[in-house]
Design a protein around this ligand. Structure first.
Ligand code: 26V
Length: 814
């Protein structure tokens, strides 16, 4: 593919005719956007064709990443970068009469995920392609992604996210590859080559795949992500009903089937036990395994080689029914005997756990699984039978252990424990940060780690340097490239360490500060636009961006803001550093406590921003609808990164890594990957506070009286009283009483216990900020020492510890 501007422009005009059926003179902005995207896409398709050919020829071992969620972010800028066509595209866009940035802004973000887990999937796929690893990401093509958030009177409102309303240039549907998925029905015995069992589904639906291209950076490899969508067969539409004017009845069956992939469930911590969600999960699994087996059989015959050619990574428990499904395929459809099938299955799967919250460990009622997937229920019982016999051999007579480890929970109702099925059916299990993996082995999955210690690993998460540094922060990237003498750091992030020796260099420091300031100015423009709040680009940018959850403790941040507000109100000359508190994040629509905290942030923000004294130093900006696109805007502007979860609750965090890489200094607890960040950046470049995981666990187990902290600490008391008094709810004392009661009388996440340590540490943050050279040095050190948190390193760890796969080089274009 040629790369000069004339050719690019000619390709684009041809694409405008062919794909939009219009002319240069009458092209709308969307026509121009789409055409430009397609022109960039052409370059990627050509690489993809070569990748597919190389993979076919090599018949290599493939990584199949199974995830119910992908948070890809916008594709336009990334694909410009990965095809190195930005300049050509700029010229071509202006030939159509549009600035490139205006067209890039029309790119829709496919919000097919909730948060950390979905974004991690996207970062890992990027790094897999960059490392030339043969890989396919499998997922669900939701019609509606994570809801669009807005605020009314400070409270969260949810609107549907119709992300592909205008169609998307990045997706290729493959209706010819549709396949059938069964649900419900019964199982029966029959005589094949001996007595056998099989499933007779009561209902079948069609799964249609589409794919999106996943290019690697600086390589020819383009992998794909394959997303499944449920489609009704054309005879599902009832013409008779329609003719009789019964329009709702006419489409009832169509709607019923297509609802399976209608919407992403927006809960990321509590399982609602919804039948439709289990249907989604099985739909993904059934379509995907059929596809994996089909791909295997293109080049291989004997299932004895299956586990050499296939590794399936399970992203949390959502796709774990794949273990039972592969057993069903091998035993029922391909007539392998049970032991041989189990040997293959166990070698194929690997499982990543992303949580420590007990309420987030998925279980499904046996009664539901029996009804929806009757054959899978039988298979789970059989797996359990063999497994418990194994436990009995290792721990004879230890019935309590068998009860704890069983795939079936008995009380208070019988449920299938998906995490147990995942561990039993996998050859490797990993947590996502050192502390998390340790806690999994020592607590959550202790019995399993005792039985099979060799299965348990840590693979610390990482993030894409291409998206979160190069694309999100072009100013800082330009400086890094200049200082490091090229863009090699984008494939070897450890090279950032070279900056360290220049951390006190005056010229570098000044450039660094200037870049931060200009990034804050960009953010200020967006904040003004989106919220009306005016922020001072010279004020410290204090950022807390993540899902709203009690364990993440946005409430602790609120108490700090109220405390500073009170200090200024009591003494307008109080020594408080100018700060902007930037919040972003969504709460699950049914999670009332989190939604009250959102309303409280907005209430406190309104009071602070309107206060003539406090607003001279402090501003609060809650950016609505936080997503990957907003993250790319906020992160480069951040000075302070809030990572303040109760220790022992946040599995890893990845926003913490993105912020540190962009030179934000962390204020945080010893939780998740914060620990590893602090180990690397050094304690002098990190603001630590609060109880550690062991202390927090002890506090929670013992007699804990949150109210005593309130009684002893006047600043804390004043902050809580102000919230209770209606000061942030227009005088309505009831508005936040549930929030106040929860911290005063239960305080599950130790907000009260950690408050004083947090506020004192924030005073130290103020002190450090006042010394601009010291702060800039800390900022530089954070960037310089966080190369470890590249997702490229994470992929190397998965390769060595879990996957044992080799790269396949894709030949150059001739
Ligand atoms: C969990 C659940 C639990 C059951 C109900 C439905 C549902 C839907 C989504 C999820 C995913 C939540 C888990 C998650 O996102 N964990 C985050 O994973 C990040 C990547 O490993 C990690 O950095 C965060 O600490 C962790 O909270």
């Amino acid at each position: 593919m040629t790369d000069n501007a004339d050719d690019f422009g000619r390709n684009m005009v041809a694409n405008l005719y062919r794909h939009r059926g219009t002319t240069v003179e009458s092209a709308s902005a969307r026509d121009a956007y789409h055409t430009l995207a397609v022109t960039i896409r052409d370059r990627l398709i050509e690489r993809y064709a070569r990748t597919a050919a190389a993979h076919y020829a090599a018949n290599p071992r493939f990584v199949y990443y199974l995830s119910a969620e992908y948070l890809l972010g916008r594709q336009f800028e990334q694909n410009l970068l990965y095809t190195d066509t930005r300049e050509q595209a700029r010229v071509a866009a202006s030939a159509l009469g549009y600035p490139l940035d205006d067209l890039a802004a029309l790119d829709a973000e496919p919000g097919l995920g909730n948060g950390g887990l979905g974004r991690l999937a996207a970062c890992l796929l990027d790094s897999l392609a960059t490392a030339d690893i043969p890989a396919v990401g499998y997922g669900i093509r939701y019609d509606f992604g994570i809801f669009t958030q807005s605020f009314r009177d400070g409270a969260q409102r949810e609107l549907p996210d119709d992300w592909s309303h205008y169609g998307t240039p990045w997706e290729f549907a493959a209706p010819d590859d549709r396949l059938e998925v069964g649900f419900y029905g019964h199982t029966e015995a029959y005589n094949g080559s001996g007595p056998r069992r099989r499933w007779v589904p009561g209902e079948t639906v069609l799964g249609e795949p589409s794919h999106m291209l996943v290019p690697g950076w600086g390589t020819e490899t383009v992998n794909i992500i394959r997303l499944w969508r449920a489609v009704a067969s054309s005879d599902s539409f009832d013409l008779g009903h329609f003719s009789a004017g019964r329009y709702g009845d006419a489409v009832e069956n169509v709607t019923h089937v297509e609802n399976i992939t209608r919407v992403l469930y927006p809960d990321d911590s509590t399982e609602l036990g919804r039948e439709l969600r289990l249907k989604q999960q099985y739909f993904l699994v059934a379509c995907t395994l059929r596809d994996i087996v089909r791909r295997f059989r293109l080049r291989n015959e004997d299932f004895d080689h299956f586990a050499d050619k296939v590794v399936i990574q399970l992203n949390d428990t959502h796709p774990v029914m794949a273990i039972a499904e592969l057993m069903r395929l091998l035993v029922d459809e391909y007539a392998l005997d049970w032991d041989r099938a189990w040997g293959i299955t166990r070698r194929v799967f690997a499982y990543t756990c992303h949580t420590l919250l007990p309420e987030a460990l998925e279980t499904w009622p046996v009664s539901l699984v029996e009804r929806l997937l009757p054959r899978h229920m039988e298979i789970v019982y059989l797996i359990n039978h063999h497994f418990l016999a194994d436990v009995e051999r290792h721990f004879p007579g230890d019935h309590d252990r068998k009860r704890r480890m069983s795939l079936i929970q008995e009380e208070p109702e019988r449920r299938v424990r998906m995490a147990h099925l995942a561990v039993v059916g996998s050859s490797a299990v990993n947590g996502v940060a050192e502390l998390h993996s340790d806690l999994l082995s020592a607590e959550t999955l202790r019995d399993f780690a005792q039985l099979w210690p060799e299965r348990f690993h840590n693979v610390t998460n990482g993030v894409s340097s291409r998206r979160f540094l190069r694309i999100a922060n072009p100013r800082l990237s330009g400086l890094l490239t200049e200082r490091l003498g090229g863009e090699e750091w984008l494939r070897d992030l450890d090279l950032l360490a070279d900056l360290e020796s220049h951390a006190d260099d005056r010229a570098l420091q000044e450039r660094w500060r200037d870049i931060k300031r200009r990034n804050r100015e960009d953010l200020a423009l967006h904040v003004k636009d989106a919220t009306g709040v005016v922020i001072d680009p010279d004020a410290m940018c204090d950022v807390m961006i993540k899902r709203f959850h009690e364990y993440k403790r946005q409430l602790l941040k609120v108490l700090h803001i109220v405390t500073l507000y009170h200090r200024l109100r009591d003494d307008p000359a109080a020594d408080v550093v100018p700060r902007t508190f930037v919040f972003g994040g969504k709460a699950a629509p049914g999670y009332h406590a989190a939604k009250r905290i959102i309303a409280l942030v907005n209430g406190v923000g309104a009071a602070v921003n309107a206060d003539p004294v406090a607003s001279r130093r402090l501003r609060v900006a809650f950016v609505p609808n936080y997503n990957v696109t907003r993250a790319e805007l906020i992160i480069p502007a951040a000075d302070l990164s809030e990572q303040i979860s109760m220790a022992g609750k946040e599995a890893s965090g990845t926003g913490n890594m993105k912020l540190a890489l962009n030179g934000a200094v962390t204020v945080g607890t010893l939780d998740g990957a914060n620990i590893e960040i602090r180990d690397r950046v050094g304690d002098e470049n990190f603001f630590l506070f609060g109880q550690d995981a062991a202390e927090a666990a002890r506090t929670r187990r013992g007699y804990y009286d949150p109210r005593s902290f309130y009684e002893r600490d006047p600043e804390l008391r004043a902050a809580v009283d102000a919230i209770a008094s209606g000061a942030f709810s227009g005088g309505d004392r009831g508005a936040f009483s549930s929030v106040v009661d929860s911290i005063l009388y239960h305080d599950e996440y130790l907000v009260m216990a950690d408050y004083r340590s947090y506020v004192d540490t924030q005073d130290a943050v103020d002190g450090a900020w006042r010394d601009a050279d010291r702060w800039t040095r800390m900022s530089i050190m954070n960037t310089a020492r966080c190369g470890f948190f590249s997702a490229d390193r994470t992929i190397r760890d998965y390769r060595e510890r879990v996957w044992h796969v080799d790269p396949v080089r894709v030949g150059p274009h001739h």
